[in-house]
Design a protein around this ligand. Structure first.
Ligand SMILES: Nc1ncnc2c1ncn2[C@@H]1O[C@H](COP(=O)(O)OP(=O)(O)OP(=O)(O)O)[C@@H](O)[C@H]1O
Ligand SMILES: [Mg+2]
Length: 307
């Protein structure tokens, strides 16, 4: 099935993600797909939390940390400054702790904890919903399950404590205990985590594409990743093969170096077809230069979606 058909047959898919190893073409395909969908009259937001500001590069526009920026009719791009969001969230937590307990400053141990939470890569993925690189997506999913359990436990403890506190205050005939800020915060975080894992594993609205290239190592890794995705129930919409050297070159008088590379690719291309079969949605040729700027993005989208 072609990429175009896949999209036409699934208009209900609203969250499209490109996963794959570093540098294979996730950002490029996200941009080209977003461009094509926008041209089809859909309102599209393409976004990333990549600190490298790769969407800014490909659209040749400074969009990093600026919210959704309009690229053209129907198309917006957004690059979230995750560091900035984490800092803001930490500041908010500090303020809540100060307000709640009436401290002059955040106690050292708590401050250390707040700092440590941002050192962990998981923090980045839990603060904002994004799945650009493959590893992150899987990491996020596994962390979501861990967090969820953890937060469940704390919430339960907190609820029990609260019941107890209420009982004590009833006995003392005090007025109701103040609204529990901590409990509210925990429930809020849990809600966010659940909502984002729900989107990720929503078989109707979400679709994942794997970007692969015809090379042995990539195929081994992709097979492993596909198994993991299946385990976490993430719906895979298809595979897009990138950087395929055009076969037509074989008709020309080309150096044996290039001929060998084409033959090597052919071997892995047939393995890809053998393994992923119908799910291989497109083969994208190695272009003569990097993909950047709307003209190049348009050209690539025409190749990918066949016009
Ligand atoms: N078919 C292609 N022909 C020529 N250049 C390509 C092709 N596909 C991707 N590129 C180029 O390869 C580079 C890497 O692509 P891209 O940034 O999309 O990869 P990525 O998977 O998003 O990388 P990262 O893991 O770093 O986010 C870019 O410079 C892009 O323009
Ligand atoms: Mg990228």
């Amino acid at each position: 099935m072609s990429l175009k058909q896949v999209f036409e047959e699934h208009p209900e898919r609203r969250y499209i993600m490109f996963g794959g190893k570093g540098g294979l073409g996730k950002t490029t395909f996200s941009a080209a797909t977003a461009y094509w969908l926008a041209q089809q009259g859909k309102r599209v937001l393409v976004f990333s939390v990549d600190p490298q500001a790769s969407l800014s590069d490909i659209f040749q526009k400074d969009i990093f940390g600026k919210g959704p920026v309009k690229i053209m009719d129907n198309l917006w791009a957004q690059e979230i400054d995750a560091d900035q969001h984490i800092k803001a969230y930490q500041q908010e937590i500090r303020k809540k702790i100060l307000d709640m307990y009436g401290f002059e400053e955040v106690p050292e141990e708590i401050e250390q904890y707040i700092q440590a939470s941002s050192a962990e890569p998981a923090m980045e993925e839990s603060a904002i919903f994004d799945l650009v690189p493959l590893g992150h997506a899987l990491y996020y999913l596994s962390m979501a399950k861990v967090y969820d359990e953890w937060i469940n436990k704390i919430t339960k403890l907190r609820e029990e404590m609260r019941e107890y506190e209420e009982m004590v205050s009833r006995l003392k005939r005090q007025k109701e205990t103040e609204e529990d800020q901590i409990l509210k915060e925990l429930q809020y975080i849990r809600g966010r985590i659940n909502a984002s894992s729900r989107i990720l594993t929503d078989k109707e609205k979400t679709g994942f594409f794997f970007v692969v290239i015809p090379e042995e190592m990539i195929l081994i890794d992709t097979n492993k990743a596909a198994d993991l995705f299946a385990k976490f129930d993430v719906p895979i919409m298809g595979y897009v093969v990138n950087r395929v050297i055009p076969q037509e070159l074989l008709q020309q008088n080309i150096p044996s170096y290039l001929k060998n590379r084409i033959e090597m690719q052919n071997k892995y291309l047939s393995q890809i077809d053998g393994t992923f079969g119908e799910k291989v949605a497109a083969r994208v040729p190695e272009l003569e230069r990097d993909v950047a700027g709307l003209d190049m993005i348009r050209r690539l989208s025409e190749i990918m979606f066949g016009q």
